[in-house]
Design a protein around this ligand. Structure first.
Ligand SMILES: *[C@@H]1O[C@H](CO)[C@@H](O)[C@H](O)[C@H]1NC(C)=O
Ligand SMILES: *[C@@H]1O[C@H](CO)[C@@H](O)[C@H](O)[C@H]1NC(C)=O
Ligand SMILES: *[C@@H]1O[C@H](CO)[C@@H](O)[C@H](O)[C@H]1NC(C)=O
Ligand SMILES: *[C@@H]1O[C@H](CO)[C@@H](O)[C@H](O)[C@H]1NC(C)=O
Ligand SMILES: *[C@@H]1O[C@H](CO)[C@@H](O)[C@H](O)[C@H]1NC(C)=O
Ligand SMILES: *[C@@H]1O[C@H](CO)[C@@H](O)[C@H](O)[C@H]1NC(C)=O
Ligand SMILES: *[C@@H]1O[C@H](CO)[C@@H](O)[C@H](O)[C@H]1NC(C)=O
Ligand SMILES: *[C@@H]1O[C@H](CO)[C@@H](O)[C@H](O)[C@H]1NC(C)=O
Ligand SMILES: *[C@@H]1O[C@H](CO)[C@@H](O)[C@H](O)[C@H]1NC(C)=O
Ligand SMILES: *[C@@H]1O[C@H](CO)[C@@H](O)[C@H](O)[C@H]1NC(C)=O
Ligand SMILES: *[C@@H]1O[C@H](CO)[C@@H](O)[C@H](O)[C@H]1NC(C)=O
Length: 861
């Protein structure tokens, strides 16, 4: 159901009152960009300069997609030909170019998290950005911090990083810097609480037989919002991200793309976001309401795909002409878009798109949905450069060694090798054989949905391990059985093998595709495709069985992980196109594994809490998911309930060993925290709106069918809007202050990018000595946790980390700082961060549960 503005207010208010459902308070006006942060000021000035030269129709064009499949990119705005600006091209995904060709398939965000490596996160972002740039793409639709991974079975968790706000936030920021340094606008998505696939879209849910009229509502309290879900978005804003995508779900029963509290208050005011907010594809549910609530760009522009109608486009032009949307608001939308554009340097290196998302043919329709505009649409530009190297490197660095009874590394002299499991082999239909990777055939190197990309090739484990053996002088036998139901044949090969390498997986993805009965979210957290039986069969027949898992998150391994015949367990996540080469390098010891698990391996699904909602619970109204667990997800929950995991968050072995000693804490001279006061500037006025007659379609203009334009059919505004609800009396439905462009009081927690600048003051330096006590060089990830104290706080929370390389015998003094934010809690009544009176402790070690070094912190004034 599409909500008009009036319905939005009426429905949410009455439902909320009638049933005591969670409610989102209004927050207006929508903050205008001010170009204050130094990093944005040049871009902002240039944006103001060009937007001042634009007509209303031109500004509206920038805010509105031209419609689904109506141009070559998955989303594309209108253009401003008069000023030489062609439409802005937006393209999936967070791990490479979806629907591209001659482009790379990178490891998933989940794997970046497993590397715990800032530099690799940056380099992967930069490499992706280069590829997007070279295809003529302006905006990459990634990275992801929503989902953060509240529930281990959430379908899209792997697109993001880890169920920890600091690990996610740091790597999110590095990814953004990489993408934007390559000259492409990054998108922090999906804002926010987008933690499950079930019920995220009404039409999708109806297709699956659920009867609902509104999407799921994620009901999140203010403290949890700040300390968990919003945290990585603050890091994204601080990193200068150019765009944010609002999400499908509702938050407190108000849609993500028209929730004024989330967009106006938290994102644009408190965090000081200077870029633009775009809707997720189909997440736009109103015109005036979403505009006043802070949405800046409608994607893909039409109301439902290819209906030729838009909440923006002519409706936005009309809404300004009839005085409902203030002109400063549309100016701000355009300024935000152009600021992001200049900030990353699009003007310097921009080329038009030279590919089409909708065909690989060289010649086709420019406007694919309506088959108009025959032209050359694909130039098949090879944009891969040498990115296979960074892909392989992230694949290797993200490999987590969970168990090793001396079986690894392999020497190559083991004798006969069995390779067992479908997950070792190739997809019989080809690496891209299933559209949007919507199947689980062959080795899993990328999961499914719009978060996928096309592989240029995919090196399978079978291929790489076979090459490994054949490249040696003595060619030991190597056999692969890749049919997971051929257990007899597996038993036979396993019993003849000196080492058996078992490959198993578990998949998940986006809700629009169903794979093996999984509607995006996972139905369970066990292995797929008979995986347990494959492991059982092989381990019963071979006392040197090594299990390698490609999974989208945790799986239950309690049945077999401690089996003595299973001599090693390796988790490799979703490593991308170089999968086989990366795993072979780790198995054969050319690379010493240093990845750490970015999530907890529990003994049951229940141990994780935070169940997904898979049945409706509010009649045909919005299904309600109360985030009652607060911030107690993943390790924080295991710690709270004394649940012993099999492998904890942050855990991972190496071929060497490390020792921790000598914790030191040094107080730094930070100045006192000053809550921000005073007022913002007033909204600038950048043009004259003029008369309706300026905005009708130009004479003789040839329209593309179903295409969204900014122009009006007639000077009669009501007729041009063609909306049955048009013209309902303003006073009844314009929220208080929404049209007010005067200077506004500042929020105490605001003031810089990512919030009050005092939050990022460094209060302490913590250092420790780390020594490689083994015989080979290796990487270690020292982790710094804090305990904030207080009755209902997590035992420990991650606050800093690094990945360091140490030669045998080498020791280093590792040192990191703690910021004020790191030691603060969100004070709901003060609406600001504060350091509580409870004793703060610091911990340093190699995982969330191996923290040999600890100290109390001096009290902070
Ligand atoms: C949701 O409701 C809770 C409880 O009243 C409140 O703390 C929180 O700020 C609200 N969040 C939003 C986005 O409305
Ligand atoms: C905008 O218009 C002014 C005045 O006509 C002109 O000086 C300036 O170069 C224009 N800027 C852009 C970016 O078009
Ligand atoms: C809006 O964009 C469309 C598509 O790029 C273009 O044809 C049209 O001329 C633009 N309108 C204005 C006012 O620039
Ligand atoms: C959904 O539920 C409503 C109210 O119970 C009912 O009128 C409608 O027919 C149902 N629709 C479907 C598709 O089951
Ligand atoms: C304007 O928006 C309304 C929904 O609010 C929609 O019904 C109508 O078709 C839109 N008009 C145009 C011209 O897209
Ligand atoms: C496509 O890429 C090539 C090579 O990078 C570039 O020269 C060209 O301008 C791009 N766009 C088009 C439409 O040719
Ligand atoms: C879990 O789901 C997978 C994928 O659909 C399926 O293969 C497996 O059999 C399921 N496990 C159980 C215990 O039902
Ligand atoms: C371990 O493997 C040997 C064959 O090497 C087999 O005899 C034994 O039963 C296996 N043990 C288990 C626990 O499966
Ligand atoms: C496996 O069994 C063989 C034959 O009994 C034995 O030589 C070998 O040491 C065993 N390997 C392991 C890892 O236990
Ligand atoms: C505007 O006019 C075009 C061309 O006649 C027509 O297809 C379209 O439906 C009209 N739009 C509205 C909102 O009436
Ligand atoms: C102004 O235009 C918008 C967009 O078409 C429409 O939703 C709204 O009802 C109009 N308001 C008035 C007062 O005419």
């Amino acid at each position: 159901m599409k909500l008009g503005w009036l319905e939005f207010v009426a429905v949410t208010a009455s439902v909320a009152q009638a049933k005591d459902l969670a409610y989102s308070p209004p927050y207006y006006p929508s903050p205008w960009a001010d170009g204050q942060p130094a990093e944005w000021s040049d871009a902002y000035k240039r944006a103001v300069d060009i937007v001042s030269n634009m007509t209303l129709a031109e500004k509206v064009n920038l805010t509105t997609g031209t419609g689904w499949q109506l141009e070559e990119c998955v989303g594309q705005t209108g253009s401003v030909p008069r000023l030489g600006i062609w439409g802005i091209c937006l393209q999936d995904s967070p791990l490479g170019i979806r629907y591209g060709d001659h482009s790379s398939g990178f490891p998933a965000g989940l794997n970046v998290a497993a590397t715990w490596d800032r530099k690799l996160a940056y380099l992967r972002g930069e490499a992706m950005g280069q590829e997007f740039n070279d295809k003529g793409i302006d905006v990459q639709l990634g990275p992801v911090a929503g989902p953060i991974g509240r529930s281990p079975d959430g379908g899209r968790n792997w697109e993001g990083f880890a169920p920890d706000p600091v690990l996610t936030g740091v790597l999110m920021a590095e990814t953004i810097k990489g993408i934007q340094d390559a000259g492409v606008i990054a998108t922090a998505k999906h804002y926010i609480g987008n933690e499950q696939e079930h019920f995220r879209q009404v039409s999708e849910a109806l297709d699956y037989g659920y009867n609902i009229t509104e999407t799921v509502s994620s009901n999140i309290d203010d403290k949890t919002m700040h300390e968990l879900y919003l945290w990585p978005f603050a890091d994204a804003v601080r990193a200068g991200v150019g765009s944010v995508m609002c999400s499908y779900n509702q938050i407190n029963n108000s849609y993500g793309c028209q929730n004024s509290y989330l967009l106006n208050n938290l994102l644009k005011h408190e965090l000081g976001f200077q870029g633009f907010v775009m809707t997720d594809w189909g997440a736009h549910h109103s015109g005036v309401a979403s505009t006043l609530a802070g949405t800046d760009m409608s994607m893909p522009g039409d109301i439902s795909f290819d209906d030729g109608m838009s909440y923006f486009g002519p409706n936005l032009t009309v809404a300004v002409l009839n005085g409902t949307v203030p002109e400063w608001r549309v100016d701000d939308m355009a300024v935000r878009i152009m600021s992001a554009f200049y900030k990353v340097g699009r003007d310097r290196q921009r080329t038009p798109p030279n590919f089409s998302s909708w065909t690989n043919d060289e010649y086709s329709y420019a406007h694919s949905a309506v088959q108009e505009g025959w032209k050359q649409v694909n130039q098949h530009i090879n944009v891969q450069c040498n990115h296979s190297e960074i892909i392989r490197e992230v694949g290797e660095a993200s490999t987590v060694l969970l168990k090793n009874k001396g079986a690894l590394p392999l020497t190559g002299d083991e004798g006969s090798v069995g390779i067992l499991g479908e997950d070792a082999g190739s997809n019989p239909y080809g690496a891209n054989g299933c559209e949007d990777r919507g199947c689980d055939d062959g080795t899993l190197a990328m999961a499914w949905g719009s978060g996928s990309a096309e592989f240029p090739y995919l090196v399978t484990p079978e291929q790489a391990i076979q090459n490994e053996i054949l490249n040696r002088d003595v060619k030991h036998p190597v056999y692969a059985v890749t049919d997971n139901w051929a257990l007899d044949q597996m038993a036979s090969i396993a019993s003849q093998s000196d080492v058996s390498l078992v490959f198993v997986n578990a998949n998940a993805g986006e809700g629009f595709l169903v794979v093996d009965g999984n509607e995006g979210d996972r139905n369970n957290i066990t292995l797929w495709k008979n995986g347990e039986n494959v492991i059982k069969t092989v381990s019963e027949n071979c006392n040197n069985t090594i299990v390698i898992m490609h999974t989208v998150g945790p799986v239950l391994i309690d049945q077999w992980y401690d089996n003595p015949n299973i001599t090693a367990i390796v988790w490799a996540g979703l490593p991308g196109q170089e999968s086989g080469n990366a795993i072979a390098n780790v198995l054969y010891g050319r690379v010493n594994p240093g990845g750490k698990s970015p999530f907890t391996w529990g003994k049951s699904r229940e141990a994780y809490g935070a169940p997904l909602l898979t049945e409706t619970n509010n009649g045909i109204g919005a299904p309600q998911v109360d985030f009652t667990e607060g911030q107690f997800i993943d390790y924080r929950r295991f710690d709270k309930y004394n649940e012993t995991p099999i492998y904890e968050f942050g855990y991972g072995l190496s071929y060497t060993t490390f020792n921790y000693s000598n914790l030191h804490v040094q107080a730094l001279n930070a100045s006192r925290y000053v809550p921000t006061t005073g007022k913002t500037s007033a909204a600038p006025k950048l043009g004259e709106v003029g008369k309706a007659s300026n905005y009708v379609f130009p004479d003789g203009f040839e329209r593309t069918t179903k295409f969204i334009y900014p122009w009006l059919n007639s000077t009669d505004l009501k007729e041009s809007a063609n909306d049955p609800e048009y013209g309902l009396e303003i006073s009844k439905y314009i929220p208080e202050n929404a049209q007010d462009g005067s200077a506004q009081p500042r929020l105490p927690a605001s003031g810089g990018q990512g919030g009050n600048t005092g939050l990022y003051d460094e209060l302490f330096r913590v250092s420790a000595t780390i020594k490689n006590t083994g015989k080979v060089a290796g990487d270690e990830v020292p982790q710094l946790y804090v305990s904030l104290g207080g009755p209902n706080e997590p035992k420990v929370v991650l606050r800093n980390f690094d990945r360091i390389t140490l030669q045998p015998g080498q020791e280093v003094v590792w040192s990191k700082t703690l910021t004020r934010r790191d030691l603060s809690n969100w004070d709901v009544s003060a609406q600001d961060w504060a350091i509580t009176q409870h004793t703060k402790k610091v911990f340093v070690g190699s995982s969330s549960r191996k923290l040999p070094l600890r100290a109390s912190l001096p009290r902070v004034q």
